[in-house]
Design a protein around this ligand. Structure first.
Ligand SMILES: Cc1cc2nc3c(=O)[nH]c(=O)nc-3n(C[C@H](O)[C@H](O)[C@H](O)COP(=O)(O)O)c2cc1C
Length: 373
């Protein structure tokens, strides 16, 4: 990091800008959809501007930017948590901007005494764990601790230790959606690294060995990457059965699900849900448990509930997702004024050790006003 010079800062502001760089260095391990890391940064004295890199963020799951705003929430929360180690506080101003061209958010950093947030120790360790978990439900105390992490009026979270058969079917059918739409398969495979060489040479995307895939799946998946209509063509010839088995297995092997709901469906509430989800994820990591988003059953249904158009979606799936709000509310005993936004499976991993750490882009490549020495 010391090799970066910021064009705008004079010597008196350099140490604060350096602190902001250090915060970005730690926070860049926050999760983003498919590890696309759709960010650009500008540091101006004590201010950080976060821009959306719309090419990176382009995804069939992200037509209305919900995934970008959730990811932005996880990034802001990471910055806030790591700022507590540097005696800095954040003043966050969402910008009323076109997310494709202008800064999404301006963050001002204010120097003041702070107490270190213990979650800072887990920013690097947190990961998406797609492996099987024990069936053990979360203890009451953990559920209370999770609720206590929530300081956002417009967000709430709910835990369920068991799945009703109707909700299970809903999740499995939502997972089928991924494979039956070429648009999604294309966007997904843009980020899956199917060879060890690809893993070594890229700082983004998802290594195949993090996705629960086996080496013998790879030749077939390389074909899917080249011909994304294959899953649909082979659907009734065994592919549906395979997709269903994988999904059922992951839902059998877990300690429950966590669902995040919003009261208002504006940008700020989505970002706050990302912040809350990040707090929860770090806390879960701190107690040696794991989480994995189940976005196919939550993000597109959220957009549809909000009346947004998903042009490519087969009519069947549109009908399927219209059921989402009532299914979620029944499953988690939540009132009608809450809209489901993000779903996770949660539990203690059966295997010991952590999954391999996914890589991140170097911060210096993401800073618009940096030049390297
Ligand atoms: C908005 C969003 C949606 C995501 N959806 C899924 C998902 O549906 N399934 C999944 O396994 N991981 C999902 N992820 C996790 C990302 O793939 C993961 O964060 C990224 O690959 C980086 O890996 P890491 O979390 O292990 O650091 C999602 C993450 C975000 C922020």
């Amino acid at each position: 990091m010391s090799a970066i010079q910021l064009q705008t800062s004079d010597s008196s502001n350099r140490s604060l800008s350096q602190k902001i760089l250090n915060l970005l260095e730690k926070s860049r391990y926050c999760p983003t959809g498919d590890n696309c890391q759709p960010w650009r940064f500008e540091i101006n004295e004590n201010q950080l501007f976060i821009f959306n890199d719309s090419k990176r963020g382009k995804h069939a799951f992200n037509l209305h930017h919900s995934a970008t705003y959730l990811s932005l929430g996880t990034l802001i929360e990471s910055l806030d948590i790591s700022a507590s180690e540097q005696d800095l506080q954040l003043k966050i101003e969402l910008q009323n901007a076109n997310p494709d061209h202008e800064a999404l958010v301006k963050i001002q950093f204010i120097e003041c005494q702070t107490n270190k947030n213990y979650l800072a120790d887990f920013l690097y360790k947190r990961c998406t764990d797609r492996r099987p978990y024990f069936k053990e439900p979360l203890q009451e105390k953990i559920i209370k601790d999770l609720q206590a992490l929530n300081s956002f009026e417009n967000c709430t979270l709910a835990y369920s230790s068991s799945l009703s058969s109707e909700f299970r079917k809903f999740i499995v059918r939502s997972d089928e959606m991924v494979w039956l739409h070429e648009e999604i398969v294309i966007d997904l495979f843009r980020w899956i690294r199917l060879t060890n060489k690809d893993i070594e040479t890229s700082d983004d995307g998802m290594p195949w060995n993090n996705l629960g895939l086996k080496w013998y799946d790879i030749p077939f998946l390389k074909l899917v990457a080249k011909y994304p209509s294959i899953p649909k063509k082979l659907w009734k010839l065994g592919f549906q059965a395979k997709v269903n088995t994988v999904c059922h297995d992951s839902l059998k092997n877990m300690g429950g699900t966590l669902a995040f709901f919003v009261k208002q469906t504006d940008r700020q509430s989505i970002i706050e849900t990302g912040r809350l989800a990040m707090r929860v994820w770090l806390y879960i990591t701190s107690i040696h448990q794991s989480m994995q988003p189940l976005s196919s059953a939550s993000l597109i249904p959220y957009d549809i509930t909000c009346g947004k158009k998903i042009n490519f979606l087969l009519p069947d799936f549109h009908q399927h997702f219209l059921k989402a709000p009532s299914l979620f509310r029944n499953e988690y005993h939540i009132g009608r004024d809450w809209t489901p936004l993000w779903l996770f499976r949660v539990g203690q991993p059966k295997e010991k050790g952590d999954p391999p750490r996914t890589k991140r882009l170097p911060v210096e490549d993401l800073i618009l006003n940096a030049h390297k020495n």
